[in-house]
Ligand binder design. Structure first.
Ligand SMILES: [Zn+2]
Length: 287
């Protein structure tokens, strides 16, 4: 199938009280692992790249690879730009076939966040591309998005309502206690706040920083209204661990097909597990 706007399947997931898993990819093998894993689970999937990954691999390579993966498998695949604060990069990605973009103005004062999101929504909606925005700030580090834990600000439900109405954004990333990167202790999620946001806001909600959050907490977040779960760090770890193990146990190994091949399989297993956790296995068949 060709790449699709994810909104229809994210809405479907919301109706069914499950969530769509969205995975950050970095190269061909991670793209293959994500799309093949989703196809084996018969689940729609969101493949996403940060601006840092665009710099690493190039928009052209990434968009082409994801398009090919999507053509090869019979499940809906969306290509999403994660955490982008540049209007120009967003326009570039849309021109290269991205079907969804996140404009991250969460570090800006409220009014400026509203302004930039409105501007992106206007352009993206005119060509059928979905827009995600963030209100409040998810702490931790993801590429060049570095938020000091002390600056982490939780999403305020009433403000979220006003924000969604003012911007007409399609999905909203909420800050409820998760953080990007690797957790030092167990994250404490503010589920009451999530329920309060859900009650005020009528668009699907997105959970960032889900890597390392216990399965039960992810399930609880989905029960309370999360419809998209972002996974980044939890794919990086099995990839790096697999490669490290192979090269440490056999320092003469130099064939990328072996160490990248095994790393891809390890990533794929995590992809499948996360999709099952989110409850969206089999959903592709019902779309
Ligand atoms: Zn994020």
């Amino acid at each position: 199938m060709s790449l699709v706007n994810p909104l229809s399947f994210v809405q479907k997931a919301r109706e069914k009280r499950v969530a769509i898993a969205a995975f950050n990819v970095h190269n061909m093998e991670t793209i293959q692992a994500v799309v093949e894993g989703a196809a084996e689970e018969r689940s729609p999937v969101i493949v996403q790249t940060t601006p840092g990954t665009l710099e690493h691999a190039g928009i052209e390579y990434l968009a082409a690879c994801v398009r090919v993966a999507s053509d090869l498998w019979d499940i809906p695949v969306a290509l999403h730009l994660d955490h982008c604060s540049s209007f120009e990069t967003i326009v570039k990605c849309i021109r290269h076939g991205y079907t969804s973009v996140m404009i991250d103005g969460s570090k800006l004062p409220y009014e400026q966040n509203v302004e930039i999101v409105k501007k992106v929504v206007e352009v993206a909606h005119s060509v059928g591309v979905a827009v995600e925005a963030e209100l409040g700030t998810v702490g931790g580090t993801e590429d060049d998005v570095i938020v000091d834990e002390r600056e982490t600000a939780y999403t305020v439900p009433e403000e979220a309502k006003r924000f969604v109405e003012a911007t007409r954004v399609d999905t909203l990333a909420v800050a409820i206690g998760t953080a990007h990167g690797v957790y030092k202790g167990e994250p404490k999620m503010d589920f009451e706040r999530l329920s309060a946001i859900r009650a005020e806001v009528d668009v699907p909600l997105v959970l960032h920083g889900a890597s390392g959050v216990p399965d039960e907490s992810i399930k609880e977040a989905i029960r309370r209204g999360i419809s998209k779960v972002n996974i980044a760090t939890e794919l990086k770890i099995p990839m790096a661990e697999t490669i490290k193990n192979i090269l440490q146990s056999d320092p003469s190994e130099n064939d990328p097909r072996r160490y990248m091949g095994e790393a891809k399989e390890a990533v794929k297993q995590v992809v499948k597990r996360k999709i099952r956790l989110c409850g969206c296995s089999g959903l592709a068949a019902n779309l």
